[in-house]
Structures are given as C-alpha cells and as structure tokens.
Design a protein around this ligand. Structure first.
Ligand code: NCD
Ligand code: ZN
Ligand code: ZN
Length: 429
C-alpha cells in the first residue's frame, strides 16, 4: 500500500486536555477503545480523561484500576485526572504518587453530580495541591445560584433555549473564575479554566494573568462556532455545560486565543447516546456531545478561511497544552527522533461531517452536516501509525501509554502570604 503525503501538512499531534471517555461506568456512551479511536481519527495523539466515571476517581486505588483499563484499550496516549473535592482531600499525595495528570475541581454541578467543595474546602484543597506542582482544572461555574434558577425555570415550563442560557448565566462563570484565581494567588496553586464559554470570563482571566497567577484557560470549538441560533436547529443536541451562548461572545473568544489570554483549544468530548440527547423535555437531556474527532477539521477549516495562522493553531492544539501540563518538548512539537506524535493533514479536502460515521459510540452532535476543508489522513503516536489513510490500525489497540511518566511539573516557589498581602495593600497592610 502506498503512503502519499505530498501537498499535506505535517503537524504535531493535538493534545486534548479535556475529554470524557466514560470508562468505567458509562461504557454504553464511550470507552477507552472507542474514545481513543475517535482521537486517532481526529489527529489527536494525547488526551486527558476526566474523573467523573464510576467510581469517581478520588483515590489511588481507583486511579490505578483506571490506568490498567486505559492501558489495555487505548490507541493514543493519555493522562488521567482525579477529582479535587472533600472525597479526595486525604488522598492527594497518594494520587500524585499513583500518576495523576492533574486535578479536576467541580465548582458547579454537571454530569455525574459530583459534589462541589465550599470555598473554604477549596482553599484547603488548593493548599494541599500547590506543593505537588500539579495543575487544578476548574469547572468554573457557581453552583447554588444556577441550581435554583434552573428548577425555577423548569417549574415555570420554560424550555426555550434562552431559558437554558439564563439558567447558567455567564455571571456564574465570571464569579467562579475570579474566586478560584484569588485562591490560586494566595496558595500558589496552578489552575486551568476549562470550557470558557463567554466573553465576560476573559476579564477575570486576564486580570489574574496580569497579577502573575499561574492560570491558563481553554475554550472549545462549540463556543467559537455555535450560537443561540443552533438551539433552533439542533434542539437539545446542543445542550452542554456551560451553555453555548449568544453570537457576540464568539469574536472575543477568538481574539483571546490569538492574543494568548486563552491558551488552548480542548473539546470537552462528552458523549451521550442518541436517546439521551433527544428526550422531549430539554431539561432532562444529558449535557455535552462528542468533539475529539472533529476539533482539528473544524479549527483548520477556520484557519483555511484566514481566521488565524496555522502556527497559531499549533500553539493552541499542541504546544501550549504540552507546556502548561509539563509534557513539552517530549510532546507538543515536531521532534527529531523516533518517538514523534504527528498528524498528517490534507488542508485542501472538501467533506461534510456525518455523525453516523464517527468513531465515537455517541453518533450525535451539533456538527452534523458541517462542511470542512481539512482532514487528518494519518495519525502517528510515538512513531507508530494509529490511523493510516483514514483506516484505524487495529494492532495499535492497547499501545497508548500514560504520559504521567514524562510529566515534569516542578513545585512552584512557596507562597509567602505576608508578601502577597503587602502586594495587595501596597504595603499598607
Ligand atoms: C460533561 C460530561 O458530560 O461529563 N458535560 C458537559 O456538558 N460538558 C461534564 C462537564 O465537563 O461539565
Ligand atoms: Zn465541566
Ligand atoms: Zn467536561
């Protein structure tokens, strides 16, 4: 068989720091085999899997079992998150020892209904994680407000998309980002803001960066490309936490990526079955949809339209995730050697997304019928083809490895809170 890469673009494989592969516990939605196969078809060579599986990843025993499961099925490399909450409070060091890639803190409620720590508990948890150097990724939405709003709207029979938006207004994200940034500033913890959906969140993010807080942010293709109009088109299928917002949010998110306020693009790949996505009552539709396979085609289509440069895209998809999670330069760049992670992409291919044909078990997404002008043709993980000429290399199942062994996240300098206080008060404290 011939392999022809003439006229194609060779890019570092994408690193998606936010996927839900559902294994174990929800393997009817996805598992490590189907999820990492979808990644391979999307030019994604490393994924970080979220801890809202069953049981929740909150101690070393559960993490180790999940590592074993992943190693048996994965086509691409992976890291595994643990939850940061009261249930993991006494297990932080053992989780680090067992190779956790980072911690996920659910400030607000979402799929899996993981309890959110109080601000006081968060302070304690940030203090415990800071010296380990690991990054804390935040589901930054404030809980109680939206829970009450949602039940009120639901009781009033409000099902239209804007009612859904109103149930999780941007202010709950703005408040959560600002609060987490203050806790990070005072504890020295590194934090990462997941799924930035609104222009309003950019202010607390940029302000924290300007103060020197070790904070990074991601946005997802659906916040860059969809808007409230898509609820009319796709109904509950577009339902996701945080919600896809009104169209004017999109331009500022693109600009924030270009100017570096937002560091990376992740997908929040959150598969559910067609039945779970098409219930009549929009409030009972599971939130999220698959994305790991379509991120690169959708984003590169925008690059082809002149939205940004291909160099920008490589920064968002590979270089910054690798740098900010301690994998650079082993990952996130085109290395000279035999262990390269590569996506070979046809940047001049017209095709349309067909949900029925995606690798993910969840064959339903708001991207159905979207036209793209770019497509990954081959994907290589550490020198091995995992996807060649749009065909999965079945032999590569179980060759994906955990990247915790190459992660370098040196502990930051300890925070002197008195010095911080002096900085905050201008020395008058
Ligand atoms: C995610 C899921 O389904 O696990 N859903 C979502 O709407 N994004 C959870 C999450 O990331 O909030
Ligand atoms: Zn989330
Ligand atoms: Zn998520």
């Amino acid at each position: 068989e011939t392999l022809d890469a003439s006229g194609m673009h060779v890019l570092p494989g994408a690193i998606d720091v936010h996927v839900h592969f559902r294994d174990p516990g929800y393997s009817h939605k996805e598992d490590f085999g189907s999820g990492t196969a979808a990644a391979a078809f999307g030019g994604v060579t490393t994924v970080f899997d979220m801890p809202n599986t069953i049981p929740t990843v909150a101690n070393a025993e559960v993490l180790t079992a999940k590592h074993k499961l992943a190693s048996e099925k994965a086509y691409v490399d992976y890291g595994l998150y643990a939850v940061l909450g009261e249930e993991s409070l006494t297990h932080i060091d053992e989780l680090v020892e067992a190779g956790v890639i980072g911690f996920k803190c659910y400030m607000g409620n979402t799929f899996g209904r993981i309890p959110s720590p109080s601000t006081g508990a968060m302070l304690e948890l940030f203090e415990l994680v800071a010296p380990t150097g690991k990054r804390i990724s935040l589901h930054a939405e404030t809980n109680s407000i939206m829970e009450r709003r949602e039940s009120r709207l639901r009781a009033a029979g409000r099902t239209e998309p804007l009612a859904h938006l109103a149930s999780r207004p941007a202010v709950v994200a703005v408040e959560a980002v600002a609060r987490a940034a203050i806790l990070a500033e005072w504890t020295g913890a590194r934090i990462h803001v997941l799924h930035i959906s609104s222009a309003a969140e950019l202010r607390p993010l940029a302000e924290a960066k300007a103060r020197g807080v070790e904070i990074t942010g991601e946005t997802c293709p659906h916040y860059l490309l969809l808007s409230e109009k898509d609820y009319e088109k796709s109904g509950g299928i577009v339902r996701v936490n945080p919600p896809v917002r009104e169209a004017p949010n999109r331009e500022p998110l693109w600009n924030a990526l270009i100017d570096g306020t937002i560091d990376m693009v992740a997908t929040d790949h959150a598969p559910h079955t067609p039945e779970e996505k098409t219930r009549n009552d929009i409030w009972t539709v599971d939130c999220g949809f698959p994305g790991v396979e379509t991120q690169m085609p959708l984003m590169l289509t925008e690059i082809n339209r002149g939205r940004a440069t291909i160099r920008d895209y490589v920064r968002w998809s590979a270089e910054n995730p690798a740098k900010q999670f301690g994998l650079y330069p082993r990952k996130g760049t085109l290395t000279v050697g035999s262990d390269a992670d590569i996506a070979i992409v046809d940047m001049n291919r017209r095709w349309s997304i067909d949900d029925a044909k995606i690798q993910s078990k969840s064959k339903i997404s708001p991207w159905q019928g979207w036209s793209c002008t770019a497509l990954p043709i081959h994907t290589i993980v550490r020198g091995r083809f995992v996807m060649k000429n749009r065909v999965l290399n079945e032999q590569a199942r179980g060759t994906g490895r955990s990247v915790h062994t190459i992660q370098k996240m040196p502990a930051p300098a300890p925070k002197n809170t008195d010095a911080t206080m002096a900085a905050v008060t201008g020395g008058k404290g």
